[in-house]
Each structure stands twice: as C-alpha cells, then as structure tokens.
Design a protein around this ligand. Structure first.
Ligand SMILES: Cc1cc2nc3c(=O)[nH]c(=O)nc-3n(C[C@H](O)[C@H](O)[C@H](O)COP(=O)(O)O)c2cc1C
Length: 349
C-alpha cells in the first residue's frame, strides 16, 4: 500500500513524500526579473513540507508572458537569482522543477505587432511562420539549459491549459494546414520538437517533465485518447514524468482550476494513462483530503498527487497532515488566488 509520507522516485528524482506543489503563477517578478517575493513563496512551501515544488510558469522569451510579473528565464539576472532560491529550497530537503512556458495567443506582452499562436485568431493573435516556430523551439532549449544552470532539479514543459504548446495540440486553436496542423501527429510535432531541443540542451539524464491536458474541456478540443497517444510517444522519447491536468482556460467551464470540482477530477484519465505506460505519472486537480489522496494513489499507478490552491491557503499543509492533523485542506477552491497583484489566499486576510 502506498502512503503519502514515504519516499518516492519521480522519474529519476528521489522525493521525500508523494505531495507535489503544482505550478502556480506567483507574480514573483518585475519586468520579468525575479523579486524577493518569489523566494518568500518558494521557501515557505519548502518549509511547509511538500516533497517537490513545481514553480509557476516562467516565460522563455519576449513573446511568451501574460504579465510583467511573470519571470523571464531569458533575463540575465535569472540564473543567479533563481540559484539562490533553489539552494534555499534544497536546505529544507525539498526538490524543485521549473515550469517553462510560452503563453501563445494568451500572451499579453509581445515584441511584434500581435501575440503569436498556431493560427490567426482575429484581433488577438497571428499564426506563426515556420521561422517563428523554429525560434521558439530554440528558445525553449535555451531556457531549459538556464534552468539547469540554477541547480534546479528539473524542468517541466507547460503543455497544458491553452498556452502555446496546448494550442498547437488542440484542434480548437490549431487550424494550420502544413505539417504542424491537422492530424494528431502534425499537431504534436511542435511539442516533440520542443522536447527534443530541450533534451539536446540538458542531456540525457536531466529530468524533463511535462504538464499536459487529458482533455481541453471544450468541443473540438484535445481528447483523452489523443493525450494517451502523445504520452506514449513522449515515453519513447524519454520524458521523465507526466503531470495530468485539463482545460484551456477560456472561461469557468474550461478552467484547469475548477471551482466546484470533485476531488481528483483528472484522476480517472490519469489512472488510465498510468496503466498504459511505464513513465511516472502524477495528477493535479481538486485534491483536498488526506484519505482521498491515499485512496487515489492506491487505485492504480499514480506516483504522486500535485496540489495548487490548497498550498496557497496553507503552505504548511503537508507538515500539518504529517504531524497527525489530517482534517481537510482549508482551501474552498474559490480561485480568488488568481487575482492580481500577488499570489495569496483572499478568503482569509
Ligand atoms: C492562482 C493560480 C495560478 C496558477 N498558475 C499555474 C501555472 O503557472 N502553471 C500551471 O501549469 N498551472 C497553473 N495553475 C493551475 C494549477 O496548477 C492546477 O492545475 C489547478 O489549480 C488545479 O489544481 P488545484 O485544485 O489543486 O488547485 C494555476 C492555478 C491557480 C489557481
């Protein structure tokens, strides 16, 4: 029987328990440069007992960010500033994986005339040229290398939630007629090229993870069957850990952070995927109870559970549970923690 508080190997990383902090955008930067707030948040989480932190999404280039408060990995201050945070996290026996992202059509900061996406989106974004695709692939590789230089334990490709990679995967956004659109093989080509470039930059043994949607939660979106095919291919290529999520974030119905979601709302799909591949699979979405989490862990081959909003409300939830107080997480899933300017729980002041 799997227990929450026991050592687990995720990919090739040894982690002290089966609770992972899922990526949560901290608003921890000014003009892309890390502020002291990011260290406060990450150190607080490490002190609170979580086994591994996945950072909030960090942008890879000047077209990839939703806000100036999103960390940019391509800023020259990034490596020394994040190295200091990674060191602080490690001092608490916690590991850290940096999530790297390009927000595509959702980006509100861009260097050219409009945001970039797989296809034109009237008034919002322009379909990328092949040269632009190549440039973004190169930028992902460079960003991953920078993350490795900070001493972080791995990188996670943000392939979920309606951001650029998810936009390419999704027929909802991707209307291309060249080799990057149409069939699943074509829609997934961009992701595979990003993965291969990252792998070439960081080497064979550095942990490369992905967060991916089991469903876009929209008609004509990416489906659980397609997700399984993509995961099988990523396994062949050597991905280390797959985190299963959902949603393309157009509105409440398609949000990855459900307000009235059942506990473990992505678990059924994640368990099916975990059953069909050997790569480590973890799952996010609605986990709030100690017993519920252990039940999901023991239903199949999920190696760990990741949490976002509960750790905004209670960064020390893992310590609380480990010390014997196993009452439900205090988070009420209101998602008010999305509100700017800084990540915090607004249900309790
Ligand atoms: C404030 C906030 C920020 C988030 N930022 C990110 C992010 O940077 N990257 C990401 O992959 N998911 C992000 N998410 C989604 C969460 O990681 C998670 O998938 C979702 O909230 C469901 O998990 P939960 O029920 O434990 O909150 C964010 C969610 C919230 C509420």
């Amino acid at each position: 029987m799997k227990r929450i508080f026991e050592e687990v190997t995720l990919g090739n990383l040894i982690v002290k328990n089966r609770l992972v902090r899922s990526a949560t955008f901290e608003c921890g930067a000014e003009n892309g440069v890390i502020t002291p707030f990011l260290k406060e948040v990450h150190e607080g989480l490490a002190r609170g007992g979580v086994g591994l932190i996945i950072t909030g999404m960090m942008g890879i280039d000047g077209n990839s960010c939703i806000k100036p408060s999103m960390v940019r990995v391509d800023r020259e201050e990034f490596v020394p500033k994040y190295a200091e945070i990674a060191k602080a996290i490690h001092q608490h026996g916690c590991k850290v994986v940096i999530q790297i992202s390009h927000c595509g059509v959702a980006a509100s900061l861009f260097e050219g005339d409009s945001a970039l996406g797989p296809s034109d989106l009237e008034g919002l974004a322009r379909g990328m040229t092949k040269d632009e695709i190549k440039a973004v692939i190169t930028a992902f590789g460079k960003a991953a290398k920078k993350c490795q230089e900070t001493g972080a334990d791995g990188v996670e490709i943000h392939g979920a939630h309606g951001y650029l990679i998810s936009q390419f995967l999704s027929p909802y956004f991707n209307k291309r007629t060249d080799e990057y659109g149409g069939s699943l093989e074509n829609r997934a080509r961009f992701l595979f090229e990003v993965y291969e470039e990252i792998r070439a930059q960081v080497g064979k043994t550095y942990p490369v993870w992905i967060k991916i949607n089991q469903s876009d939660l929209v008609e004509n979106g990416f489906t659980p069957e397609e997700c399984l095919c993509v995961c099988k291919e990523l396994e062949k290529r050597g991905i280390d850990t797959i985190e299963i999520s959902c949603g393309i974030g157009l509105n409440k119905k398609t949000s990855s952070a459900k307000i009235n979601g059942d506990e473990g709302y992505n678990a059924e799909a994640a368990l099916q995927i975990a059953d069909e591949i050997n790569t480590t699979v973890i799952c996010v979405g609605g986990y709030r109870t100690y017993d519920g989490i252990e039940e999901f862990l023991n239903k199949g081959r999920l190696a760990a559970i990741s949490l976002c909003r509960p750790l905004v409300r209670e960064p020390d939830l893992p310590n609380r549970w480990q010390s014997g107080d196993r009452s439900k997480a205090l988070c009420i899933s209101c998602s008010q923690c999305f509100l700017p300017p800084q990540l915090k729980c607004r249900f309790v002041e």
